[in-house]
Design a protein around this ligand. Structure first.
Ligand SMILES: [Mg+2]
Length: 246
């Protein structure tokens, strides 16, 4: 790792509030999505002429691109839910089952595979004993609210903020400004913890927040705007001088 772009000890002494991203920061969304698509594959013989992991990877690629379009208000929510299946089936050249039915099966299976990122639950609990904490998440309100409930996130967090309710998705400054207003803390005393460099780190940094990037890869952007890069939650706890275990 480039020592020039990674401060050894980020200065988090002025932090007064910690906001977390949800998907792939606290909750393992990618794994749940992949497993749900394998479940979908097992239920539809039309899909079984392709490899289930090929289905999952095409869906992930198409879904990512459609979320970009959703963020730019180029497609709506129901259009996104339709197109991500229709385009995946077309790309794979498979006879398409009705997308509404597949979407329903997918959503049910997706929820069955929800689980924490390793170390994230304990870290959230420990951080919440020292700081007020919150969640700022892009995503559909009806799905994210179920996650809040399933993981009892209101027990450890004060503010649960969903992009759809604010009207802007990260990295739009308005969602970070909205969160800062709710927290009642000036931006330079806010820390944002997230896995997306563009949505989370660059977005929060541009609003003058401190940032901690949950990142497992080796490649770093240049310049790197993250105050901390961590791949294990113990490193985040150390940087915040928070004990590891309850
Ligand atoms: Mg994320």
């Amino acid at each position: 790792m480039d020592s020039q772009s990674q401060p050894v000890r980020p200065d988090f002494t002025k932090v007064r509030y910690v906001f977390f991203d949800l998907d792939d920061t606290l909750i393992d969304h990618k794994r749940a999505q992949e497993r749900a698509l394998v479940d979908v594959w097992t239920q539809y013989t039309e899909l079984q002429q392709v490899d289930p992991l090929e289905l999952a990877s095409q869906f992930a690629r198409i879904n990512y691109r459609l979320w970009e379009a959703y963020r730019n208000s180029e497609v709506g929510q129901s259009e996104l839910r339709r197109l991500r299946f229709e385009q995946t089936f077309r790309q794979l050249g498979v006879q398409a089952p009705d997308w509404r039915e597949v979407d329903q099966v997918y959503m049910e299976c997706y929820a069955r595979h929800w689980d924490w990122i390793p170390g994230a639950r304990d870290a959230l609990i420990q951080v919440s004993r020292k700081y007020p904490t919150g969640i700022v998440t892009n995503g559909f309100t009806f799905v994210q609210k179920k996650k809040f409930e399933y993981f009892s996130l209101n027990r450890h967090t004060r503010d649960l903020i969903i992009s759809e309710e604010v009207g802007h998705l990260k990295p739009h400054p308005r969602i970070f400004e909205f969160a800062a207003e709710k927290a009642g803390v000036k931006p330079s005393s806010l820390l944002y913890v997230g896995d997306s460099y563009v949505s989370d780190i660059a977005g929060a940094h541009s609003c003058d927040w401190k940032t901690a990037w949950y990142h497992k890869g080796d490649r770093l952007p240049d310049p790197n705007l993250a105050d901390l890069i961590f791949s294990s939650y113990t490193d985040l706890l150390d940087a915040l001088e928070v004990p590891h275990k309850p």
